[in-house]
Design a protein around this ligand. Structure first.
Ligand code: NAI
Ligand code: MG
Length: 353
């Protein structure tokens, strides 16, 4: 029996609605497998937790989480309770950094029955590999003076290790896909870091002669994501570029509510963390209409990570059979609730056994 111990952090807002839904789906998937089980342990870390305890996660929180096989996270953030930079840096970014989850991968593809925001989307299916530990998202810099003379300096950090690691991850991933890697650069505008990024990309690409490698400036790349997303397979990007590109990816799929993500610890020292792309969606909390598919697709990425790719593929096929029959939440133009979509996925999964 393969027993997977998962630390579950629903977080804030609709995170608490979609995480239990995706857990139910995972239990069903485990039943189909027969030799697999999930044990979820719930952690209440959230903005409400902060109000009560003065911190997003207790001092020994990381210690409590570190021996789980993975972390399953909903969304963090509630600006009515805690400013975003405190809640996100206090939990999400803390976990990503301390647990050395140095790679963030986010797919975007056309799902059957889901109307893309593009008028005539070709059948795109791409994956962004985002460097997740350094780059533009650094806490190096400072602020000086007040008023008219005030200045803020924000430094970017690009290490050879971090840059190469993200690129190698992208090439390895492309081996299993359409064998094409695009590097997101901006070496025509950013003087030091991006020419360095390009050099490392050239060097790394030499080790993968069977993979097509090209570079695109981020501005043109962003436009191509909208006009010709089908030309991409794997895209490797710095922390900031990857963050923005993946929101475009979610946008062209049709809703941020269906976009999944994984934060991968590549050295095996700490658990990886699986979280949907969307936030806590304050405008729809408690209405029962949050789209659970982002979290369920995230669960599929967790299955892939645990070498259960066959089950992962089955799960996404079932999700597409449900969307294909236009059983959709309101963000995708449907009338179904979180529960209805989840239950339909579960019942179709059961029929497959
Ligand atoms: P958001 O993703 O929460 O919401 C943007 C829009 O998309 C809203 O109209 C929302 O209703 C809709 N939406 C999002 N997920 C949906 C779903 N599953 N089903 C249906 N509709 C969905 O982004 P926003 O409003 O910028 O941020 C709200 C809070 O979430 C903030 O505190 C922010 O910092 C936090 N946040 C947290 C993230 C995380 O934990 N990884 C990521 C993004 C934002
Ligand atoms: Mg984002």
């Amino acid at each position: 029996m393969k027993k997977l111990k998962i630390a579950s952090i629903p977080g804030d807002g609709i995170g608490r609605e979609v995480v239990p839904a995706a857990e139910d789906v995972l239990h069903t998937v485990a039943e189909i497998h027969g030799g697999l089980s999930f044990e979820f342990t719930n952690f209440p870390y959230s903005c409400e937790y902060y109000l009560e305890h003065g911190e997003m996660i207790p001092e020994d929180g990381l210690e409590r989480l570190k021996d789980f096989h993975a972390i399953f996270l909903g969304a963090v953030g509630n600006i009515k309770l805690v400013p975003d930079h405190i809640s996100l840096w206090g939990l999400l970014i803390k976990l990503r950094r301390e647990f050395e989850q140095v790679i963030n991968i986010r797919p975007a593809k056309v799902l059957k029955g889901v109307q893309s925001t593009l008028l005539n989307p070709n059948d795109f299916d791409l994956m962004v590999v985002r460097e997740n530990s350094e780059g533009e998202y650094s806490s190096v810099g400072g602020r000086m003076f007040k008023g008219e003379d005030e200045i803020a300096i924000q430094n970017s950090i690009f290490s050879r290790k971090g840059t190469e690691r993200a690129m190698r991850y992208a090439f390895e991933l492309a081996e299993k896909r359409k064998k094409h890697v695009t590097s997101a650069t901006k070496s025509n505008g950013i003087y030091y870091s991006m020419p360095f990024w390009d050099e490392v990309f050239k060097e790394v690409s030499k080790d993968y002669p069977n993979i097509d490698a090209d570079s695109q400036h981020i501005d043109a790349l962003a436009a191509f994501f909208v006009t010709q997303p089908e030309r991409f397979d794997v895209i490797v990007a710095s922390n900031l570029f990857g963050d923005v590109l993946t929101d475009i990816g979610a946008g062209i799929m049709g809703s941020v509510g269906i976009a999944p993500a994984a934060n991968i610890n590549v050295n095996g020292k700490y658990p990886s963390m699986f979280e949907s792309v969307h936030g806590s969606a304050p405008d729809i909390i408690g209405k029962g209409i949050a789209n659970p598919i982002g979290q369920i697709w995230t669960a599929k990425m967790m299955l892939d990570y645990f070498d259960e790719e066959e089950l992962g593929t089955l799960l996404l096929d079932i999700v597409e059979s449900v969307t294909g029959d236009r059983i959709l939440t309101p963000d995708l133009g449907g009338k179904s609730s979180t529960k209805e979509v989840t239950n339909e996925i579960i019942s179709r999964l059961k029929k497959r056994t």
